[in-house]
Design a protein around this ligand. Structure first.
Ligand code: PMP
Length: 410
């Protein structure tokens, strides 16, 4: 689509015709999960109606067709991220699963051990925090945290100081590309470069970036890059771990079972090549195939036009909301995807409940970022998060509902 036609796009999302409490739905909870376009819904349905079969091990027609479709999806994901090789794309169940995979193999292999440092930021989702805390408990490593500024941006001065302080012991930097709570974008490309210079590996949590930005893992030079299908117009239960081939080759397997082996005997088992070494058991075949359809849908929107469309909406919303009495926005002005706010004297949950009654779906609470909420002395925020199908009428309805709701609660 060269000129971005949002009304044509909206008609591709059947759920947008839903009424909520008698009001037309305004869906602004895309950072939690995005709605699915018809092409993705049809791909899932067609898979079960025409291809359903277990993959890789079957000689029959359906098994071969399903295997080919699933492996083609791996190519689509690899191209979408500009991976260097298809072997670098591992299907997982989502971002959380991908991060747990990486934290486990870095622990098993002794890549991270006693006295080592793992560095995360204060903006991380719990799923890019807790697996590292667990690895520290198991391995004797220590978790350090890059603070955020008062504005909700990453504190780069502190980052540089932490890199200097931990030269030699810093083994991993794990950062979100875009904060799900505040929409803060991190300058990951330069941070990766600096972390590498300090001798560290880097994992980027792209759960909130892949839906909004073109991502080039080779240009970023990330060692690991992870995301979830369900936030990028695909079904739940499918996700991706990208890892540099040489690195994944050198690391041990994680889960054991079918598919991840070359030969099994009681005298010893040998493991499969990448990416199957990390794909034990029957994968989410339908999810992988539908993920490819979702990424093709996303590409067809035109990454620049999509980014521009979402940025315009988020700036409109930020500007209109900030004129509401007592309303406070979190995060820097150049936020992406999500807009977080609170209104003085009003609990986010109470206002969120009233917004729901007016048909507006936004998220309230800590957004799985409790350490970030503590940093700002709050228990949570209201968060509106945008996708390709949102339009200016969604922004207007949101702003009117926040005005009305907050005056009712005062
Ligand atoms: N990281 C970020 C930045 C997220 O926004 C989320 C989901 N809210 C996750 C990780 C976890 O993703 P999932 O639940 O799909 O594993």
């Amino acid at each position: 689509m060269s000129s971005y036609d949002v009304s044509a796009l909206r008609s591709q999302f059947p759920i947008l015709a839903t009424e909520v409490h008698g009001e037309p739905l305004v869906y602004l909870d895309n950072a939690a999960t995005s709605q699915k376009p018809r092409v993705v819904l049809e791909t899932s349905r067609n898979y079960y109606e025409q291809l359903n079969s277990n993959i890789h091990r079957g000689t029959h027609y359906l098994a071969q067709q399903a295997t080919a479709a699933c492996e083609k999806s791996r190519d689509v994901v690899g191209q979408h991220l500009n991976a260097g090789a298809r072997e670098e794309i591992v299907f997982t169940s989502g971002t959380t699963d991908s991060i747990n995979l990486v934290s486990s193999i870095l622990g098993y292999s002794g890549t991270i051990g006693p006295g080592d440092i793992i560095l995360i930021s204060n903006l991380e989702h719990h799923s890019n925090t807790v697996p590292w805390q667990m690895l520290c408990e198991r391995s004797g490593a220590t978790l350090e945290v890059i603070p955020v500024t008062e504005e909700g941006a990453i504190d780069l001065v502190a980052f540089h100081r932490l890199l200097d302080d931990h030269q030699g012991t810093l083994k991993l930097v794990a950062l979100t590309h875009i904060s799900n709570a505040f929409g803060t974008m991190l300058p990951v490309e330069s941070m990766i470069k600096e972390a590498h210079r300090a001798g560290s590996l880097v994992l980027i949590d792209g759960a909130q970036a892949v839906p909004h930005l073109p991502v080039d893992v080779q240009k970023l030079d990330a060692d690991f890059y992870v995301f979830s299908g369900h936030k990028v117009y695909a079904p739940t239960g499918i996700g991706v771990l990208y890892g540099k081939r040489a690195l994944l080759d050198s690391l041990p397997p994680w889960r054991g079972g079918g598919e991840m082996i070359q030969k099994v005997s009681y005298d010893g088992t040998t493991y499969n090549d990448l990416p199957y070494k990390y794909e034990a058991g029957t994968p989410n075949i339908e999810g992988a195939i539908a993920l490819a359809a979702a990424l093709e849908f996303l590409n067809d929107l035109g990454p620049e036009a999509l980014l521009e469309h979402e940025q315009v909406l988020i700036r409109q919303a930020a500007s209109a909301l900030s004129s509401i009495d007592g309303l406070m926005l979190y995060g820097p002005e150049d936020r992406s995807g999500a807009l977080s706010f609170n209104i003085e004297g009003i609990h986010h949950y109470d206002l969120g409940t009233l917004l729901d009654k007016m048909g507006i779906a936004i998220r309230t609470g800590h957004h799985c970022c409790q350490p970030l909420m503590s940093r700002f002395g709050i228990t949570g925020t209201l968060r509106a998060s945008f996708a390709c199908f949102n339009d200016t009428s969604d922004v207007q309805r949101l702003v009117e509902a926040v005005e009305k709701g907050s005056s009712m609660l005062r």
